[in-house]
Every structure is written in structure tokens, then in C-alpha cells.
Design a protein around this ligand. Structure first.
Ligand SMILES: Nc1ncnc2c1ncn2[C@@H]1O[C@H](COP(=O)(O)OP(=O)(O)OP(=O)(O)O)[C@@H](O)[C@H]1O
Ligand SMILES: [Mg+2]
Length: 304
């Protein structure tokens, strides 16, 4: 038997339902191990480029006090004759470990800010800094690294892969980050247990409730131990009770792991657990309040 065949057989023996796509994806990713900066160095002789590579990695990998800063960020959409100022001169600073809620009426710019901070959308004007690195200066590889390693995304509609099990969904981002398959799988099992899905790891999304799917999305977002979690209306599709559970889970993860959480939401239950609330209106920051001020506001509203 050729060595190729032997290898294949050994691999096949180890494969479980969870391993199959994981192994395939990992194989496809072999040429680029993002976790290991020296592997990204260009060939010897191009020393300045190599130094630049290490420089961007250490810059992107650093953790600073001001995790997210936007400076005079504007986003304009043109719809025929109409110009929509989705964001208008937004400057905010969010510190390490904070739990921030972004609130405001529909159309006020919450999702646009989420997308711009998450490097999913470019502003027309202004700058976004993640751990003091200007996102606009990053090339495609660096942006991919940032999105994969530094930021975890949670969406209203979960956005988990329908044909993958919970375990595969959570394992996938770790494989993209270069974590060996067995370690990725162990970590995925741990985190799924942590979000209360230890007995559902081999279920696909259609076999899970909305709240359980959102738990998978939360587990996936935390999988690469990101510095920042961005969540866009994570409780909007959930009933009151399940929404509360999800909010408390996110807060616990924020406390335990010191992750900075930035959550666009209409859900007033978020107010109680947020360190600060950014209120948006017509694409502008109307007010930034800390939790105590918000509690006073709510008490005043109740008295009236
Ligand atoms: N791709 C787009 N093209 C054109 N206009 C857009 C686009 N995306 C957003 N907008 C507009 O930008 C404004 C801000 O939209 P955004 O989705 O950020 O609001 P939001 O606060 O998240 O609202 P919601 O609470 O309903 O989710 C809105 O007027 C919206 O219509
Ligand atoms: Mg939105």
C-alpha cells in the first residue's frame, strides 16, 4: 500500500461526524498558519518586508486600554437622488472589558456602526482604531486576521452554518485560525458545555431551538478568545425568557474572560448589565450614559 493510501486509511479511522469537515477544512488551510507569525515571513533577502510582517502582527496582537476608537466616522449611502447619512461624525472610545449597549430607534445607525467597527464596512470619512491600530491601514490578510482572531460576531439571525453540527460550527473559526483539529474540537466541546449545550453538540441548527442556535453563535463568537465581541440585536428573535438567558450568558462571558462586548440592541433588559449605553439618533451619537445615570432616568420615568 502506498504511503498516501496508508495516511488516508489512518485518517479515515479517526474520523467522526464532527471530524470529517474539520479535517478537510484544516487541510485546505495548511499553507497559511495565521497563529504562527514566523510562517508568514517572506523569503530571506527581503528583510524589511519580514520586519513589517512581524510589526503588523505584534501591533494587531497587542491589547491596549482603548479597545475601540472611532474618530469622526461618517457613512453615506446614495439611493437614487436621495443621500442617507447612516452615520454622521461618530466619535466614541470603548475601553477594554467594557459592556456597551448601542441603543436608538430603527434606522439610527446601530448596525452601520456595528459593521464599521467590525471591519465589515468602510466609512466614507473618519477612522476606526482597534487596539490603536488604524483599520484603514490594514491589507486583506491583516483584515482577515483581525476578523478571525480579534473579533467575534453575533448576529440577530444567528448565521450559523445550517449543514454543520453545533460542534462543527464552533470548531470552524478555530481551524481558520490554525488551531490543530483535535485541540479545536476539545475547546469547542468545552465552550458548548459552558453555554449549556453539552448534550446538543451533534445537533444541526434545524434540530435546535432559536435560543439554542443563538447559544451556538455565542460559543462560535467566543471560540478564538477574541478581544471584542460585536453583537447585533442578539435577542431580537427570542422570547423574553430566552432573551434574558442570552443576555446573562453574554455578561458572564464578558466578566469571566474580560472580553469587550459591544451590543446593538432595542432590548431594555440590556440596560441593567451594560457599563455604558451609547444612544444613537439619525446617525449621530445623541448621548453616552453610564449605568447609574440610566437607572436614575428609568426611576424618574416610573415616578412620572
Ligand atoms: N446598504 C444600504 N444602502 C442604503 N441605505 C442603507 C444601507 N444600509 C443602511 N442604510 C440606511 O442607513 C440608515 C441606518 O441603518 P442601520 O441599519 O444602521 O439602522 P439600525 O439603527 O441598525 O436600524 P434597526 O434598529 O432597524 O436595525 C437607515 O436609514 C438605513 O435605511
Ligand atoms: Mg440594525
Amino acid at each position: 500500500m502506498s504511503s498516501k493510501k496508508k495516511k488516508h486509511k489512518r485518517h479515515g479511522k479517526q474520523q467522526t461526524r464532527a471530524h470529517a469537515p474539520a479535517a478537510k477544512i484544516n487541510q485546505a488551510l495548511q499553507p497559511e498558519k495565521a497563529k504562527n507569525p514566523p510562517a508568514r515571513q517572506p523569503a530571506a533577502g527581503n528583510r524589511s518586508a519580514a520586519a513589517a510582517r512581524i510589526d503588523w502582527f505584534s501591533n494587531l496582537n497587542q491589547e491596549t486600554e482603548h479597545t475601540v476608537m472611532t474618530r469622526n466616522v461618517s457613512k453615506i449611502y446614495h439611493l437614487g437622488e436621495e443621500t442617507v447619512h447612516a452615520l454622521d461624525d461618530v466619535s466614541v472610545t470603548i475601553d477594554r472589558g467594557e459592556y456597551i449597549s448601542i441603543m436608538g430607534p430603527s434606522g439610527s445607525g446601530k448596525t452601520t456602526l456595528f459593521n464599521i467597527v467590525g471591519a465589515l464596512l468602510k466609512p466614507n470619512e473618519g477612522n476606526v482604531f482597534i487596539d490603536e491600530v488604524d483599520v484603514a491601514q490594514l491589507d486583506a490578510n491583516e483584515l482577515a486576521w483581525l476578523r478571525c482572531r480579534k473579533i467575534g460576531y453575533i448576529f440577530q439571525s444567528y448565521n450559523i452554518v445550517k449543514v454543520f453540527t453545533a460542534l462543527e460550527n464552533v470548531t470552524l473559526p478555530m481551524l481558520f485560525a490554525g488551531v490543530p483539529p483535535d485541540e479545536a474540537q476539545d475547546r469547542a466541546i468545552n465552550i458548548l458545555e459552558r453555554v449549556g449545550l453539552g448534550d446538543r453538540i451533534l445537533h444541526t441548527p434545524k434540530e435546535l431551538s432559536g435560543g439554542q442556535q443563538q447559544r451556538v453563535a455565542i460559543a462560535r463568537a467566543f471560540a478564538n478568545r477574541p478581544a471584542i465581541i460585536l453583537a447585533d440585536e442578539p435577542t431580537a428573535n427570542l422570547d423574553l425568557h430566552t432573551g434574558e438567558e442570552i443576555i446573562h450568558l453574554m455578561k458572564e462571558m464578558n466578566r469571566e474572560q474580560g472580553v469587550t462586548v459591544i451590543c446593538a440592541t432595542h432590548d431594555h433588559k440590556m440596560l441593567d448589565i451594560s457599563d455604558r449605553i451609547i444612544w444613537m439618533e439619525d446617525g449621530r451619537v445623541k448621548k453616552i450614559a453610564n449605568r447609574d445615570e440610566v437607572k436614575i432616568d428609568i426611576a424618574e420615568m416610573r415616578e412620572k
